[in-house]
Write a protein that binds this ligand. Structure first.
Ligand code: NAI
Length: 274
């Protein structure tokens, strides 16, 4: 794919793992200059080494996205090192599992600090630099949990609803000053966040309900984020794009469901299953 990002500076938060790392690798392959932003110094250095091995120009920035001074300092450092930042992908995020009645205030705040405040601080700091040049594009990684909630993830889902609201607000405010803001809302993605935080049984249940019959690979999300940075989407602004293999499109299950299950449909000869 040619996303038209060659020699453009793109910053990726959460770039040391999962979706963020896949985005960094894709951008590097496209010839973009990649700024990897993460609070995990070891995996950050590892990512930068991988990108450089690919022949890319890349640097790592040790940043906690929930800290205002970290974020503003990082914009300055990146622009000093590489010049104007054209693109930003906001992928840093965390989750906490708890039933709402047991959810600790600290955990609610922790999730909001990274997912919602962190996204805002990064969009504000990078966005201000882009606005001053009237050129830039931002993609925030939201979630289908910001469209319909998931039990046991109250803080996470609420923070993703906030993030989706942030994207629409910024899109409305900045579009006529040359900066587009959009969102990719993944279903389940095979990353460390998922594998450490989600029981395998739940993943199986989601696969069962996903028309494409699998969860996403990080690259499935990265490519849509890159597309939203590219000039191919020049008139796309303020959208939340679910990338979920069709999960939100259909209430049917593929194998294990009851009344709405695909087994019923199969028995009725309505469609065939792989
Ligand atoms: P991940 O855990 O593999 O990567 C997240 C990265 O963010 C890590 O490298 C971590 O060190 C970094 N990070 C966390 N807090 C930070 C902070 N305060 N400052 C700087 N860096 C920080 O997770 P994954 O799955 O790649 O998630 C990326 C984004 O995608 C998140 O916003 C997540 O909510 C979202 N998402 C993930 C889904 C999944 O199933 N994996 C589904 C839907 C959305």
């Amino acid at each position: 794919m040619n996303y038209g990002l060659k020699d453009k500076v793109v910053a990726v938060t959460g770039g040391a793992s999962g979706i963020g790392r896949a985005a960094c690798e894709l951008l590097a392959g496209e010839g973009a200059i990649v700024a990897v932003i993460d609070r995990d110094p070891v995996r950050n250095a590892e990512t930068v080494a991988r990108l450089r091995q690919q022949g890319a120009v890349a640097s790592g920035y040790h940043v906690d996205v929930s800290q205002e001074t970290d974020v503003s300092g990082c914009v300055t450092s990146i622009e000093q090192e590489f010049g104007p930042v054209y693109g930003l992908i906001v992928a840093a995020g965390i989750s906490v599992a708890a039933l709402a009645e047991d959810l600790k205030t600290d955990d609610w705040e922790r999730v909001f600090k990274v997912n919602a405040l962190g996204a805002f601080l990064c969009c504000r700091a990078f966005g201000a630099a882009m606005l001053s040049r009237r050129a830039g594009a931002i993609v925030v990684i939201g979630s289908i949990d910001g469209i319909g909630a998931q039990p046991g993830r109250t803080a996470y889902a609420s923070s993703k609803f906030a993030v989706h609201g942030l994207v629409k607000s910024l899109a409305a405010e900045w579009a006529n000053r040359g900066v587009r803001v959009n969102c990719v809302a993944p279903g389940l993605v095979d990353t460390p966040l998922l594998r450490t935080g989600m029981p395998a049984r739940f993943v199986d249940a989601v696969v069962d309900r996903t028309p494409m019959g699998r969860i996403a690979r990080p690259e499935d999300i990265a490519s849509v984020a890159a597309m939203l940075l590219s000039s191919a989407t020049n008139f796309v602004n303020g959208v939340i794009i679910p990338v979920d293999g069709g999960l939100l499109a259909s209430p049917f299950t593929r194998k294990n469901g009851a009344d709405l299950s695909s087994n019923r449909l199969l028995e009725a000869g309505i469609y065939t299953e792989d």
